[in-house]
Ligand binder design. Structure first.
Ligand SMILES: Nc1ncnc2c1ncn2[C@@H]1O[C@H](COP(=O)(O)OP(=O)(O)OP(=O)(O)O)[C@@H](O)[C@H]1O
Ligand SMILES: [Mg+2]
Length: 331
């Protein structure tokens, strides 16, 4: 089974974009995929996929209630489906108060059982919920989490439950984002949680044509420390359109979503986007990335054929096994 947390130390490194695109790519490869949105902030996976109608209703059942073992309904009812086939457990405002709710539970339960607070398995709750209580491994082939890196309790629960990290990185001002830092961090988390954590790969994204950016990309591709299966270029227009298409970059291209100015107003419409080779190449890279994660990290067989059914433009078929990489040249 494929299980991974899309992790980054810093904010705005395209985690949510990456989670959506990897999830949809895996689904298209034949993997039944579920994503968990643990980020309560605006601009999260839940708003991207346009789900989670009850995310601000404190009375509504939500994932936090289930993690804390105080459910208000059936776990299956938390799961929503998206237009692209990926299932999602949406975010809820209660995720922001996770730690204080958890502390209350720990106080109560350790008091009842005359147990030391430090002994309470506070990072194992999500693991129990997903694998022991609900055996999601029987239902899904892949589970991805878009965490909230600033909330340690939730992040550690996510990592404890899924064990593998995928790390998108973005060129920083100085170019070099500490590579050893990441390895050290993974090691530290492993020690603290007393588990083995794997790093599937690092994905440089938002890489432009400047010298600094190209050098930065080289650094990543040359390191032995971890795998860098693909680099995603600066694709602001394509990725931003995901928020209009309410779905992945695959959907943006297939439905041809575009944002443009009309009568002094910005509007977004489908059926408008031009087909650009470099954007098709980006979809190929996203597919390549999902294949790397599935086969290289998890030893899962997948369908290597990406079929794009582009509105008014017919079909585009890319077979990762046989087709030349010509299109993927432009970064
Ligand atoms: N390859 C890319 N090139 C340029 N812009 C991109 C790329 N991928 C995503 N973006 C844009 O960058 C913005 C931030 O992306 P995203 O929301 O995925 O980041 P994040 O890491 O989830 O942020 P946060 O830390 O706030 O959760 C979005 O507007 C998105 O469309
Ligand atoms: Mg995000």
């Amino acid at each position: 089974m494929i299980t991974a947390v899309i992790y980054s130390e810093s904010g705005g490194t395209y985690k949510t974009t990456m989670t959506a695109n990897i999830a949809v790519a895996l689904e298209r490869m034949g993997q039944n995929t579920l994503v968990l949105d643990l980020d309560p902030q605006e601009g999260n996976l839940t708003s991207l996929f346009d789900v989670g109608k009850h995310r601000s209703d404190p009375d509504a059942d939500n994932l936090v209630k289930h993690i804390l073992d105080m459910p208000d309904g059936d776990f299956q009812d938390l799961i929503e489906s998206t237009a692209e086939g990926v299932d999602i457990i949406p975010s809820h405002d209660m995720l922001s108060d996770f730690t204080s709710n958890l502390e209350q539970k720990i106080s109560y339960e350790t008091g009842m059982q005359n147990m030391n607070r430090e002994e309470y398995p506070r990072f194992e709750l999500l693991y129990d919920l997903l694998w022991n209580t609900h055996q999601l491994n029987e239902e899904y082939d892949a589970i991805l989490i878009d965490p909230n890196a600033r909330a340690e309790d939730l992040l550690y629960n996510a990592i404890f439950a899924l064990r593998t990290l995928i790390a998108p990185v973005k060129p920083a001002g100085k170019g070099n984002l500490s590579l050893e830092g990441l390895e050290e961090l993974v090691g530290n988390m492993g020690t603290q949680l007393d588990i083995e954590i794997g790093l599937s790969c690092v994905i440089p994204a938002g890489v432009g044509q400047t010298n600094a950016h190209q050098q930065y990309q080289q650094q990543f591709e040359n390191t032995e420390a971890f795998a860098t299966p693909v680099t995603i270029g600066n694709r602001e227009s394509l990725m931003d359109a995901m928020w209009e298409a309410r779905g992945s970059a695959f959907r943006v291209i297939e439905e041809r979503w575009k944002t443009f100015e009309r009568d002094d107003k910005m509007v977004s419409e489908s059926g408008q986007r031009r087909i650009r080779d470099r954007e098709i190449a980006t979809l190929r890279k996203l597919y390549e990335l999902a294949r790397f994660i599935a086969t290289h990290t998890f030893g899962t067989d997948i369908d290597p054929v990406l079929e794009l059914d582009i509105r008014d433009h017919g079909n585009r078929v890319i077979n990762l096994n046989t087709d030349e990489k010509t299109e993927a040249r432009t970064v």
